[in-house]
Write a protein that binds this ligand. Sequence first.
Ligand SMILES: *[C@@H]1O[C@H](CO)[C@@H](O)[C@H](O)[C@H]1NC(C)=O
Ligand SMILES: [Zn+2]
Length: 424
Amino acid sequence: MAKLLWLGLFCLCLTLSHGKGSVYDGFKIYELAKRSRSTGIDFVVSELVKNESYYELYNDDGTSAHIMVHPEAQPEFIQLLDGHTLSYKIVNQDVGSTLRREFDMNRMLRNRYPFQGRLGTERYYSHDEINQYIQQLAQQHPSRVFLKTVGKSFEGRWMKMIRITNGDGRPNKNVILMDGGIHAREWISPAAVIYAIGELVDNYEAHADLLLDYDWVILPVVNPDGYEYTQLSADTRLWRKTRQPRSTECIGTDPNRNFGFHWNEAGSSSNPCSETYAGPKAFSEPEAVVLRDVIHSLADRGQMYLTVHSYGNYVLHPWGYIDEVPDTWEDLDEVGRAGADAIKAATGTIYRVGCSTTLLGAAAGASDDYAFNAGFPISFTMELPRGGNNNFDPPASDIDRLVKETWVGIVAMGRKVIEKYPLK
Ligand SMILES: *[C@@H]1O[C@H](CO)[C@@H](O)[C@H](O)[C@H]1NC(C)=O
Ligand SMILES: [Zn+2]
């Protein structure tokens, strides 16, 4: 009892001296180097990550794996690594304190750069600000830019989609469909998509070729409830899923496992508490239904579907439900390489291009397989580079660099698609 009391007082002092405590206090992120033929690491990692309340495995960018570990599991984790003589590096000593620092920084930036109609790259923006921005663009450019409300999220947020044209009024052009923000914590994704919108609308002269025979249709935030939730506090910053409750303990479904094509097969979970929970049934999430209907409404004209995520530096193409590629994989590869090559030439950043399952692991029920199967000949998941202390949190000072680099890749892929699939 005395011991417990002491512990209680100790915790109280810690809490007081550090300000508000956080659920991530004491969590660490370990980086495990990937050796060339590393069966050891794969085995260790695959066993551990089954215990999701203590371990979280992050995307693997090909060179190293990152695992976030609960303080209580750290001694056991280190023992296990030592037992397999695996070397590791701690890349974040205290996830909680880094998230709190970033939260304060983001609040400061919001005050310094209030929303004034235009979205720059000074900070990250809320779903509401993004909606207002695209609405204003449509009002300012009534002959070129069209806004459509395509649905409502579980919590009732309006989902708005923008269609950008060159204003010549020709109907039935080919379409490039792009989206962002499927996963809540991947803030750089909506930022990159918003930058693309700005370039296509405001820097139209420089990209007239992209809009001659093609319209660009863009849904900047597919998971607005999750995105807003990540902005609430340091504790919620790393939320990934939607926000619809699915069991007494756990909330949310992975919207990128919720699409009805080989739903709930490899790389997704039936456990409502898992980060890759596929949902109780395909299209259980209203946000996935919205995107599904957009995909079908454009499938006869859609030539490229590009969904922007982070992280890992990949241009991933189908299939994501099985370790196989479609017959037309060479077309996918050609377009993806155009993007990767352009980015490498511009900034030196290396992207890897290839089959989703092979490069990153199976993810059945994702939107890219769905759009490809629905008729888009080119369908990609683009994983932008990691950043920040927790991989999903590039500091605001990195936004400008990252979104400009991403745009270089998007333009190159767009040009290649336009060349390969001319308007009939
Ligand atoms: C998960 O890890 C924790 C910490 O090491 C351990 O106490 C717990 O028993 C593990 N749970 C399972 C189901 O393995
Ligand atoms: Zn993602």
